[in-house]
Design a protein around this ligand. Structure first.
Ligand code: AMP
Ligand code: MG
Length: 344
């Protein structure tokens, strides 16, 4: 008998509401900020909260929510009217400029991360039941067969026309789409004249400007072992803070827990000794893809990867043996109740 441990939707909304309320509290955005406006909704399979300040906040939020819903429809693997559904069903399709550019970015990040991030994991994610919710550990033979369909080198682009080189392939933008959406939300809010906002799309946070008091936003990073506690707080201005964690979606079978971040090398849930990875950088899209990639890489390779890209991003890693590692670029902006190690 398998037991679903991913929280059901109303419970998830309640828990996230609590968490986000705590985030807002940490951000110093107390009720006296009368110009605060916020909207909560469910999209991209997660609970979202957009909070904006100032006179343009309400109109900005209306446009921002519409933008997320547009992207959800466009990029979802389960929406028959979307472009990703269509290419996965047909094996070849002419994509819009926007979707082609996003898939192109994903392929680039796959190359950059040595394949740790790879949107062609679709057949694996499907076999584990993470799209349908009918979770099951695939047989070894099935995984071996599906692994032959994985690899961004098997995607052929001719202009905006994308073709899978092998039948049965598919793409899943679940590891990058929310981050991309957070960038688009920030852009839509800015176009509406909003200069101060906190965008939370599941584990994907993006802040616009400083907080209403003119200080850095204080973003809490969840303790992966305890949903009511924090691993630490990072202070940011105009940045994305994106966390990937095995706790976000998982199930138990035969007394073992299996999560949704898969190692494209072997098709199994990544087991690199990390419980969560948080990436801090300007681009929400890059932060999202890298949080997934570094989770797959594991501690040593993730630290080496950061050392090769210190100008591009920073990270907070929580290890399964209970350590918190913070890269040097944000060490001064990070605080925690317990000791943490600085990665140099
Ligand atoms: P995230 O929560 O951003 O780490 O993304 C996890 C989601 O991305 C999963 O639910 C899958 O849909 C997809 N995914 C899983 N493993 C990978 C991988 N190695 N590379 C790219 N996407 C992945
Ligand atoms: Mg991701």
């Amino acid at each position: 008998m398998q037991r679903l441990v991913a929280p059901k939707r109303p419970l998830a909304i309640a828990m996230l509401s609590l968490f986000l309320t705590a985030c807002l509290f940490l951000c110093g955005c107390a009720a006296k900020q009368s110009a605060l406006q916020s909207v909560d909704f469910f999209a991209m399979d997660t609970v979202m909260r957009l909070t904006a300040y100032g006179k343009n906040a309400r109109l900005g939020l209306v446009a921002a929510e519409a933008e997320v819903l547009r992207l959800d429809a466009l990029l979802s693997v389960t929406n028959p009217d979307g472009e990703i559904y269509r290419i996965n069903a047909e094996g070849s399709a002419v994509l819009s400029d926007e979707t082609a550019a996003l898939v192109g970015e994903a392929v680039g990040i796959s190359g950059l991360t040595g394949g740790a991030f790879d949107v062609t994991v679709y057949p694996l994610v499907k076999a584990w039941g993470f799209f349908s919710g009918e979770y099951a550990v695939p047989e070894k033979e099935e995984l071996e067969k599906l692994l032959r369909l994985v690899g961004s080198d098997k995607l052929a682009f001719e202009g905006n026309k994308l073709t899978f080189r092998m039948p049965g392939m598919g793409i899943d933008l679940g590891g990058i789409a929310k981050g991309y959406a957070s960038d688009r939300v920030a852009a839509v809010l800015a176009e509406s004249g909003v200069t101060c906002a906190l965008v939370s799309l599941g584990g994907n946070i993006k802040v616009l400007g400083t907080n209403p008091q003119g200080q850095s936003w204080r973003i809490a990073i969840r303790d992966p072992q305890d949903e009511s506690a924090y691993a630490g707080i990072v202070q940011v201005v105009d940045k994305a803070v994106v966390t990937s964690g095995g706790y976000e979606r998982c199930f138990e079978q035969g007394g073992k827990r299996y999560h949704h971040i898969l190692d494209p090398e072997n098709g199994m849930p990544a087991n690199g000794g990390l419980l969560s990875v948080t990436i801090v950088c300007e681009s929400g899209m890059l932060a999202d893809a890298l949080s997934t990639a570094l989770f797959v890489m594991g501690e040593a390779d993730a630290c080496a990867f950061w050392r090769a890209h210190v100008e591009t991003f920073d990270a907070v890693l929580v290890t399964s043996d209970g350590r918190t590692l913070v890269t040097a670029g944000i060490a001064d902006d990070f605080s925690a109740r317990h000791d943490f190690e600085v990665v140099r």
